[in-house]
Design a binder for this molecule. Structure first.
Ligand code: HEC
Length: 199
């Protein structure tokens, strides 16, 4: 029963994600900084990679949750989140990173540019503004796609007001976890996907 509820929750999460993506495609770019290159093709490429990565991660997470509840899913994320992003990076020939201000895994730490953007996304969301992906030039031959990651209801078991049991399970793998206490709609983090120009 519990696993059915969880799988329904995850399925609706996938639907929500698709809806959000469709909505953001209709938006037009806001004024960008002078070093920002707005490029519709790169935005589309970044979105499709972020969406594929999200689908791969949440599909596997849902399976782990179904098979062994939150504790199994947590173990799964701990072992597999990085290898999944690494193998997708290789498959797409890009560098995929998930980062955040309040981190669970310290290896996902933001660099200065990501840190500033995360603050920008966070304050925009808090002011009720719509946030959307952007492309920035990250070197003479590379661009980086950044997209906010907001929280949906099914994320709450591991990132919201979590139970004491979940808290201690998380502490086993992430003793310095800061990624709890969020509410639905809050900014959880950001995709940062770097593309090198084709030679
Ligand atoms: C079963 C528990 C669980 C659920 C449900 C869950 N997460 Fe996480 N999340 C984790 C774990 C564990 C990590 C650390 C993964 C690692 O080691 O890289 C993590 C890491 C992250 C990160 C990377 C940044 C960081 O702090 O290390 C983001 C972003 C994130 N989660 C967003 C989400 C979103 C959005 C959802 C809902 C769609 C979600 N998570 C659902 C357990 C969960």
């Amino acid at each position: 029963m519990k696993s059915t509820i969880i799988s329904i929750a995850f399925l609706s999460l996938l639907l929500f994600t698709c809806q959000n993506q469709n909505q953001s495609e209709k938006q037009t770019p806001a004024k960008e900084k002078s070093d920002t290159v707005y490029n519709a093709a790169l935005i589309a490429k970044g979105k499709s990679i972020a969406q594929a990565s999200f689908k791969s991660m949440s599909g596997k997470l849902m399976k782990a949750m179904k098979e062994g509840g939150v504790s199994n899913a947590l173990k799964y994320c701990n072992l597999e989140a990085m290898p999944i992003t690494d193998s997708l990076s290789k498959a797409y020939n890009v560098t995929i990173k998930r980062t955040a201000l309040k981190l669970r895994n310290p290896s996902n730490k933001a660099n200065t540019e990501e840190f500033n953007l995360l603050h920008q996304f966070k304050s925009d969301i808090e002011m009720g503004k719509k946030v959307k992906p952007i492309i920035m030039k990250s070197g003479p031959h590379s661009n980086t796609f950044f997209a906010p990651i907001t929280l949906k209801a099914p994320c709450m078991v591991c990132h919201g007001d979590i139970s004491d049991d979940t808290k201690s399970l998380i502490a086993e793998h992430y003793p310095k976890d800061k990624a709890i206490g969020f509410k639905v709609g809050d900014l959880r983090g950001m995709w940062s996907i770097k593309f090198e120009d084709k030679k």
